[in-house]
Design a binder for this molecule. Sequence first.
Ligand code: KG4
Ligand code: ZN
Length: 334
Amino acid sequence: MLVLGVESSCDETGVALYDTAQGLLAHALHSQIAMHNAYGGVVPELASRDHIRRVLPLTRQVLAESGRTLRDLDGIAYTQGPGLAGALLVGAGMARALAYVLGIPAVGVHHLEGHMLSPLISDTPPAFPFVALLVSGGHTQLMLVSGVGRYTLLGETLDDAAGEAFDKTAQLLGLGYPGGPALSRLAEGGDAGRFPLPRPMLGSGDFDFSFSGLKTAVLTLVRKQGLAHAADIAAAFQAAAVEVLVSKSLAACRHSGATRLVVAGGVGANAHLRTILTREAAARRIEVFYPRLEFCTDNGAMIAYAGAQRLAHARPDLSFAVRPRWELASLEAV
Ligand code: KG4
Ligand code: ZN
C-alpha cells in the first residue's frame, strides 16, 4: 500500500511517500523558520500562505524521486490536528481534494501520533509495548504505547512544554527562534555547575512535569548576571531540563514494566538528552529508540507512516448493523 503523507500543522511543510511493503520511499521538507525568524515566532497567516506555495511542488518532488505517479497512490494521510487552523486546512484541503479525484481514501492523522510512531520508521523498530517520551514544542507527555492507537497517558506537563521551555530560555539568552538547537549548541561550551538551577517536580512521585518555574529561574539569573555567562546559563538550564526528563522517563518504564523507551518530538534531537538517557537507560537494561534526527522535528514521513498504519488496518465497512434504539435528535443535518 503506497501512502502519501502531508504535514502542514505549523511552520514546516513536509511531504513523504511510504510503502507498507518497501518502507519510506522519499520525503521532502520546506522549513519556514527563516521566514518567521524576523518576527520572533510563527505568524499563522504567513505560515498558511507558505504551505500553499510549497505543498504541490514538494508532492511532485517525492513522486519524481521515487519514480511513482499520482495513479500509484493507494491513500493519502494528512495532519488533521493539533496545530494552526489555517495551516492545517492547507494540507487537509489538498489531501482531501486529491483523494477525491483519484478515488482513494484519505485519513486525518493526529500530529502527536505521527511523532510518537516516528521511531518505527526504521529497519530495527521497537516492538510494542513501549513507553514514549513525547517532547515537542507544544507537548510533553509520557505515554504507555501497547499498539497503534492503544495509548495510556502516564503523565504530562502542567504548564510549558519542554520545547517551549528551551525556546523561551533561548529567547532570554538572545538566541533567535526556535531557540532549542541554538541553546543546545551554546550549552556545549558552558559549565552546567556554575549556576545550579532547580529540578522542578523531580521528586513528585508521579510522571508529570513543570517547566515554567525553570524558565523563571533563568530569567532571575539573567537579570542578575547579564549575558556575560550565557553559555553557563544555557548549560545549567539544559542539564536541569534533561535530568527531569530522563528521571521521569525511566521511572515510567519501571512503573509500567516496559523495557523499551521511545523518544519523539523536536527535543528528542537534543544531543545532551540522548547522551544522558542512553547511558542511564542502559544501566537499567532499558533500550532507547530515537527517530532519525531529521524525523524528530515536524516532517511528512511520520504522517505517511501513521496514516499507512491506519489505512492498512481500516476494514471496509460491510456491516449491515441496524439501530433498534436511535434518537431522532442525534441525526446530523444535511
Ligand atoms: O516536534 P517539533 O518540530 O514541533 C512541534 O510539534 O512542536 O518540535 C519543535 C521544538 C522546538 O521547541 C525546538 O526548539 C525544539 O523542538 N528543538 C530542540 C532541539 N531541536 C529542536 N530543543 C532542544 N535541543 C534541540 N537540539
Ligand atoms: Zn511536531
